[in-house]
Design a protein around this ligand. Structure first.
Ligand SMILES: [Zn+2]
Length: 271
């Protein structure tokens, strides 16, 4: 009981002092781990993932390789411009963009903190075209630059601290917890088979800024509506794609994307 009381007060302190207002979204986020330490961890996981999977090179499939590079670079350039215009380039500190296509039937893509992006070949038929791919990559990259990974790792850390391991936190420090929760949040790379869905707030932010980034990169934001409709139809079966498990989609989400369309189209026309 004493331990539980201690845990709850520890959690209260964490919530009180661990929050930071996001420079782009303005939303208060729990940040117990630093972006730079997360980027370091992400780089290790990313290299490990690439070493264990079949990376599609230009020699293997020039057309698909080229499209992932082209879309990725255009979105990265749009994000760099967007943050520079707001005087927030320091938010992208440590970002060294890399884009990879990996051979896998899974419908999935992700971007790690620091700008390491992976697209699975299984996503390409669902994306259907360059603009469809830009919608997914814009969304995934938005999660990273909006520090959603940092926030999710922090939430898991808080949950761990609020649990029954206060003693171990005090004795061992939080680094051990940080590495364990990293693997929980980035389950697709850790292949733990557990996918923690993004929160609705994170999903709607990634939709919002992902649309803007794709539009600034020169892709029609309207593609987002048909893309997420296609994804929604793929749900429900046993083999629900990973992307759909981590990014739950329904009619409300698609209606929200339609509401975001006028703003995204302004960016599309102004480019
Ligand atoms: Zn998402």
């Amino acid at each position: 009981m004493l331990l539980k009381k201690l845990s709850l007060s520890a959690l209260g302190l964490i919530t009180l002092f661990g929050c930071t207002r996001n420079a782009i979204s303005g939303r208060s986020q729990l940040m117990l781990t630093s972006e730079s330490s997360l980027q370091t961890q992400a780089l290790t996981e990313y290299k490990d993932f690439l070493s264990k999977n079949k990376v599609v090179t230009a020699a293997v499939d020039k057309k698909d390789y080229d499209v992932v590079q082209k879309v990725g670079k255009r979105i990265a350039a749009a994000i760099t411009k967007y943050y520079a215009q707001k005087g927030l380039s320091n938010e992208l500190s440590g970002y060294k963009w890399e884009f990879n296509l990996v051979q896998s039937k899974d419908v999935n893509a992700w971007c790690m903190p620091g700008g390491k992006v992976v697209v699975y070949t299984g996503l390409l038929p669902v994306a259907q075209n360059e603009a469809g791919l830009a919608i997914v990559m814009g969304h995934e990259i938005a999660h990273a630059v909006l520090h959603h990974g940092q926030e999710r790792v922090s939430q898991q850390q808080a949950a761990a601290i609020g649990g029954n391991i206060v003693g171990s936190v005090l004795s061992k420090g939080s680094n051990k917890i940080a590495s364990n929760v990293f693997n929980t949040v980035y389950a697709p790379t850790a292949q733990m088979g557990v996918i923690l869905p993004n929160s609705r707030k994170q999903e709607s932010e990634a939709d919002h800024y992902g649309l803007i980034f794709a539009a600034m990169a020169g892709y029609n934001p309207q593609e987002a509506i048909t893309f997420w409709q296609r994804m929604e139809k793929m749900g429900g079966a046993d083999n629900t794609p990973t992307l759909l498990r981590s990014h739950p989609t329904n009619a409300t989400r698609i209606a929200d994307i339609k509401r975001l369309m006028p703003e995204a189209e302004r960016y599309y026309k102004a480019r």
